[in-house]
Design a protein around this ligand. Sequence first.
Ligand code: ADP
Ligand code: MG
Length: 717
Amino acid sequence: MIFRPAPYCNSRRGSSSSHLSRLPVIVFLLAAFCCWSSSRRLTAAFSFSLRVLPSASSTAAIYASIRHQTSASASATPSRRSTISVQAVGSSNNHNTITTMTSPPTLSSSAITVPGIATQTLSNLVEYATSFSAAHGLQVELRDSSSSSPTNNNIDNNTHNRGYITAPISLLPQAYPSLQFRMATLLAAPFNILVDRISNDATFLQETLSDVRNLDEYTGKLLDLYEEIYCGERRGIEWGRHARSADKLGIQRSDYMLHKDTTAAGGDDVGEVATAAGSAGEHYSLKQVELNTIASSFAGLASTVAKMHSFLTQRLEGEIGQFLNENERAVMGTEEDVDGSKTKNAILGASSSSLDDDCIIGIAERGVPESPAMSRIPSAIAVAYDRYCSRFDDTDSSTTTTSAQPIVLFVVQPKETNTVDQRLLEFALWNNHKIPVVRMSLAEIYERVTLDEDSGRLTFEDGSGSSKREVAVVYFRAGYAPTDYPSGYNTNDGTGVEWLARERLERGIATKCPCLGYHLAGTKKVQQELARPGVVEHFFPENDGDDNAAAARLIRTAFAGLYSLGADANDEDMRAVREVLLHGGEGRYVLKPQREGGGYNFYGKQLADKLRSNCTISNGVDEDTPVIQLSPALSEFILMERLFPPQQRAILLRNGRVEGSGMTISELGCFGTIVVSGEGDVIHNEYAGFLLRTKFSGVDEGGVASGFATLSSPYLC
Ligand code: ADP
Ligand code: MG
């Protein structure tokens, strides 16, 4: 790929080196670089909120606690949820709603036994968990769909027949290596910067998504709007002028699985490969599953889950110790000591030779860490809000009543069930910062919110009879899937009202979270393109200083194998395709379309079938090396190396009932928040909390909202 500076990028932002001349960027890059440096002072540039338990006195002691060989439990046959569930509840592929039952919650733990936990203890745990959930709002909303017509997109007309039920949770936390956890927190700030830089590089986005836009109408529409608003294409440069001067707010969540490289053969049985990977005796490293740049959810509920797990692990320490220890052995191994240099390499993807021992000492906590998400995410929104007010709000704050204050607009789905998670943010914004929130669906926004073309202000009548309310920040918790735009794509004839609403919001001077550039930077095709040699480095040019190079190296350690199936597929991509089609390698890959929300990926046999039906295989010059041609229809997919995290036991609760107990795998999500000024200055950039999702080992997909996974917490070991 040839990189050309985008006109938008040049005109607004100056050179990339000017970014680095700005203090906040230096702070985070230096902090990221601390993994390679010998200065502990730099580590302090990142503020971690891990609960520090008795710290180890020496590096050796810490290495001794970082055991890395998998236990026998990792070789257990993966179980499918349907075969191990006790009172199993249905799951759904619907990514817009949380799968729930309408019957009241029951405590049904007596029906199952869990190794290492006495029946009475299990009963107590369930009682505690459901009570804690009720007491702290660890809940999702039930909505009776009969109470609203399918065409009703007004979020307030669904108010009757509502109730709340315990969120899908894992009863106890899952063992997690503290070094890898720390690594994930360190990656948050560099990924934030990467997203911002991508969002300014129109040429990169256009070239990377050029095939996808022709096949995937949704991504195509996002890119069209981005070009029109930020690049002045088709509608003239004036049309997007307010958007171009607006600040940007990112609330990203980078998702990771622990993974160890395996050369295990046999692609037919996915479970066999997973099992082989789990007993290979190598180190686990952190690999990114995806980077979410829009509607990254569960910051609120996951913080509460961590509090609950912290309570349970302390309150019932004696009763659950054996259970936790077995899981720790499954993840950390049983060796009494490890080779420190090997551990460092595992953490840094074998690319570093200078990880400082002091860095390791600072991160050897045990137990459930506290998530700072519910203070840091509202703080980031408050930074964006305050900047908006100081730039544009001309009302006299000494006389302004709260009913005249600018607001943060939460863009939500009409029949959202994950409302508590969103409300927790709303309440924290008010409690901590006195910032009011208003919730609307895209269809309501189309009806109610107007854009003043001269000033760029977004306003609406709030029904209280006072003058118009102004929108300072737009926070999208909807709009990430085609289903959020049910009126279709036609904006020319005025029928595509949700897209018209999105366009209107984007064109205003309010700060968007995310703006279109950030949204596009989170697409799976961009993720795959970033893994190409030199692409991350393009965004962190080495000649701009060591910090850039260190950030690029840090980011690259988190990449798994990612392969294009488009016109740009190279020899390496085709090797992966050949492995699937000719050598039974489908168990080592995941096939992903450009979709968010869970439930769309292809695994195992379905993956092979999908590829096969979209490829032509013909004899080459030599019969042993057939020629494979990819159909253009595959351009909207990427092929990704399949990750095999360690398996450990968990007890999963769905709808307040014990769904089952069995071997599970987990996915860690780390939130990062960034605020960038209209001029391109990084105002705020930090790690902002975590989420752990746990699902039974035999379940391929992973969303909590889509009914596959449960919310959990890491128990740092
Ligand atoms: P979505 O946007 O739908 O959340 P993801 O890339 O996160 O897309 O994939 C959905 C789920 O599929 C993940 O949560 C994870 O459980 C599983 N998954 C995705 N990629 C991989 C992978 N490379 N290896 C193993 N599991 C994966
Ligand atoms: Mg995901």
